[in-house]
Design a binder for this molecule. Structure first.
Ligand code: GCV
Length: 785
């Protein structure tokens, strides 16, 4: 037993690791420091404990914690070595805690701490995350398991995960989190619910993380039965004041509220013909005496727009709604604006509202949870995208105006859950890390953040650092390449799970995520005309210098072309390719890149602990299979729409592929798949009896091949599959993946690769499927490579 323990300590990275510790991994050898605290607070105590837990040097090091560092913004810290002691001072105790984490980061990164003399302070005072957790324990757009805060309508009995989340947030300098969904259950403000909030706030407080509540604007009516929630009604004004006072008596450091109003079915001031300023200010005035803030979301739009009207445009909504209100908000109101004008698509331009609002506080809202970005089943490192947003030059007054210079707060929708690794994917943790680091210092480079995260999370082996950093840094472009390049937005099921491919799901409905790809008529082409000259006029919402760039085809960047303009499929890009050929090429490049990630990751076997090695490998292999579905679906869809073949002859030609519908079927029945592009040839076969089989005859030459089986894995049951060649079993598997669909579609399409199969001409390849609980062991094709 004892030897097993000793061995496991020396086994390097090969032991099992659930990923729970994220980037907070500390050396196991070295001497514990002698830590003295100057002062007395829970925050200082946390800082001390953290140093005792993680600070290790060859000789005992004295560390002094506390005391004010002059001339620092709130939360800032100073690290200084004086007379052999490391002294951590701060603008406040929270700053000292952040200084302790900064010191630990230095140690973990192998930096010298012998002659420290540095200060650091955050760019913005408010660095919050939002959680979209429902009180029943589910999370809207959460991909890492159920809520760490709530279960069955109350605070979770065991709040250990909340404590550990607070620690993770503090390690990044994040100083607040909302704890419930912006699509609010009004009960959050019921008086008898308050003790539940208190439990969570008490757990987060020692980490300097303020609790924030999402509140429903109709609360006065929904909670206390007032017959109105009109923001100008004196009874409503009094209600907000009394409710806020009550909350602050129980949670004196509450950060404030978030409100989503008049958006996606939430009630708002429009019910009484009032403005968003009326709505925000009534709540702001209740918060003001307590130092609380209201984050009022700029995400206001009409989701029932007439798609036939080519002048309608959801992208205009935020600016249209808030432009005339600039200067009318109280000073503790912050307009929380998503980075792009639509909704966290794979690529969007910056929201013009950042340039428009000049007399109103604003926050940039980024999405850490990967809603339209592969839902943590795909690795997509979002820091490069956020950097582009924060660095975007709005040219206000024709002067350099990066977005990061306009915002007073940075907010990220995080949605961690109960999964051991918090997000459902080890590599997705880098997004929370990167968010926190950028919120503190938006000037850090994406590479620096990726490298830092990799070293803290996977260790200092140069090959590991280089491989993981490269995957991360290229992953956004890769994902864009196979899901929605040139500003098309993510070509997913936008009225459903926002995950799998469904090219037309965004069209012909009121949600306004249109890409206007036409297959006939005079307008045959693709993209949404948002120009001032002939389109929706959206481009005119930018400052003149930015508008000029987007308005002209000559200067509009290729990456956003189809967001801004409607062009023929044959339109020549700056890159020298036609639009349609670029669509084909980028999809092949994207799918190839993910296959390369799999190979790259395999080169890390033995250099990364076995558990995370295996889990990331499965994730990347799955992603590679999904990238091919996307590739084939989108390129076939555009082949049909444009009628223009792929100059490289790939689209529609799949050597070695044999469709299930042309196999000899025993029990399997032919079905049409919706959307058609989600299955090869638009068709699949499914089994509605006890078991079925599809038999293919191999007619190629003899050799050793990989057999790739494309099947469907829904979330209704666990079907089983068996593959046989000449009656010998070559593979068996269960369709038990975690996917967000009950349907046979792009989200459930899955790939099984069986390597090293010897085939002779005439061999029978047989796939047997056994359905389970409504999952029909459906098959799309097999491919021999
Ligand atoms: C919480 C998108 C998401 C919704 C989300 C909304 C918002 O529409 O799909 O799940 O609601 O944005 O940000 O409010």
């Amino acid at each position: 037993m004892r030897w097993a323990l000793v061995l496991s300590l020396f086994a390097g990275p090969l032991f099992a690791d659930t990923g729970y510790d994220a980037w907070l991994r500390y050396p196991s050898s070295g001497v514990v420091p002698v830590v003295t605290i100057m002062g007395n607070s829970a925050l200082l105590e946390r800082a001390r404990q953290e140093l005792l837990r993680g600070f290790r040097t060859p000789k005992a090091q004295a560390i002094v914690l506390g005391g004010a560092a002059p001339n620092l913004k709130p939360d800032g810290y100073q690290l200084k070595t004086t007379a052999g002691k490391i002294v951590i001072t701060g603008a406040d105790d929270r700053g000292v805690l952040y200084g302790a984490f900064a010191l630990l980061r230095k140690i973990a990164l192998g930096e010298s701490v012998t002659t420290l003399d540095e200060k650091s302070e955050p760019r913005v005072p408010v660095r919050w995350v939002n959680q979209w957790d429902n009180l029943d324990g589910s999370i809207e757009r959460g991909y890492g398991g159920r809520s760490i805060f709530w279960d069955n309508g109350a605070a979770r009995a065991d709040l250990k995960r909340v404590r550990d989340y607070g620690r993770m947030l503090a390690s990044l300098g994040i100083n607040g989190t909302s704890i419930n969904n912006v699509n609010v259950n009004p009960r959050i403000l019921a008086s008898d619910f308050l003790p539940e909030i208190v439990k969570i706030a008490n757990t987060l407080r020692p980490w300097g993380v303020r609790t924030v509540l999402s509140v429903d604007f109709g609360s006065p009516q929904k909670i206390d039965g007032l017959d109105t929630f009109d923001p100008l009604d004196p009874r409503v004004i009094a209600w907000w004041k009394a409710k806020t006072d009550e909350l602050y008596r129980a949670v004196p450091d509450l950060g404030g509220f978030i409100i989503k109003a008049d958006s996606e079915g939430r009630v708002g001031p429009s019910a009484y013909g009032r403005t968003h300023a009326d709505a925000a200010n009534v709540v702001a005035r209740a918060l003001k005496p307590h130092g609380g803030m209201i984050f009022y979301r700029g995400f206001v739009y009409d989701n029932k727009m007439d798609w036939r009207n080519l002048k309608n445009d959801r992208a205009r909504a935020a600016d249209d709604n808030f432009r005339s209100l600039d200067g009318k908000f109280d000073d503790n109101v912050v307009i929380q604006i998503k980075n792009g004008p639509i909704d966290f698509q794979v690529r969007e331009p910056i929201s013009p509202l950042f340039g428009t609002l000049a007399k109103t506080k604003q926050a940039i809202e980024l999405q850490i949870t990967q809603e339209y970005m592969g839902q943590a089943r795909h690795t997509v490192f979002l820091v490069p995208m956020w950097k582009e947003a924060l660095d975007f030059d709005l040219r206000v007054g024709d002067r350099a105006t990066p977005v990061k210079s306009r915002v007073n707060a940075v907010v990220g929708v995080s949605n961690v859950g109960l999964d051991d690794n918090w997000f459902g994917n080890h590599l997705s943790q880098a997004n929370l890390y990167g968010f926190g680091r950028l919120a503190w210092n938006p000037d850090l480079s994406a590479r620096q953040i990726a490298e830092e995260w990799t070293r803290l999370t996977f260790g200092n082996d140069p090959k590991v650092i280089q491989t993981i950093t490269n995957i991360q840094l290229n992953s956004w472009r890769t994902y864009e390449n196979y899901t929605g390049p040139l500003g098309l937005q993510t070509l997913t099921d936008i009225v459903g799970n926002h995950y799998g491919v469904a090219v037309e799901a965004s069209e012909r409905n009121g949600w306004g995520q249109w890409h206007r790809a036409d297959s006939d008529g005079d307008n045959r082409g693709v993209g949404m005309d948002r120009t001032v000259a002939t389109g929706t006029g959206y481009i005119g919402q930018y400052t003149p210098a930015v508008a000029r760039i987007y308005e002209s085809l000559a200067t509009c960047p290729d990456d956003l072309l189809l967001f801004m303009h409607h062009v023929p499929y044959t339109y020549m890009l700056h890159s020298g390719k036609t639009v349609v050929q670029y669509l084909y090429d980028s999809h092949y490049a994207g799918a190839d890149a993910v296959n390369q990630y799999v190979r790259d990751w395999k080169s890390l076997q033995g250099r990364v602990d076995d558990q995370r090695y295996g889990e990331v490998l499965s994730q990347l292999e799955y992603q590679a299979g999904q990238a091919e579905v996307w590739r084939d679906a989108v390129s076939n869809w555009f082949l049909r729409a444009s009628g223009i073949p792929d100059a490289k002859g790939r689209v529609g030609n799949y050597p070695g592929r044999m469709e299930a519908e042309s196999a000899s079927l025993d029990g399997y029945k032919l079905i049409d798949v919706t959307p058609w592009e989600a299955a090869s040839g638009g068709k699949a076969v499914e089994c509605t009896s006890a078991s079925c089989a599809a038999t293919f005859r191999y007619s190629g030459s003899g050799g050793v091949f990989a057999i790739r089986v494309r099947y469907f894995d829904t979330n209704t049951g666990v079907s089983r599959f068996r593959a046989l060649v000449a009656n010998k079993v070559i593979g068996e598997w269960a369709a038990n993946d975690r996917v967000p669909t009950r349907k046979i579609d792009g989200s459930s399409s899955a790939l099984r690769v069986i390597e090293g199969v010897a085939l002779q001409p005439g061999d029978e390849i047989r796939i047997e499927g056994t359905p389970d609980s409504g999952e029909t062991a459906a098959l799309d094709y097999i491919e021999i490579r």
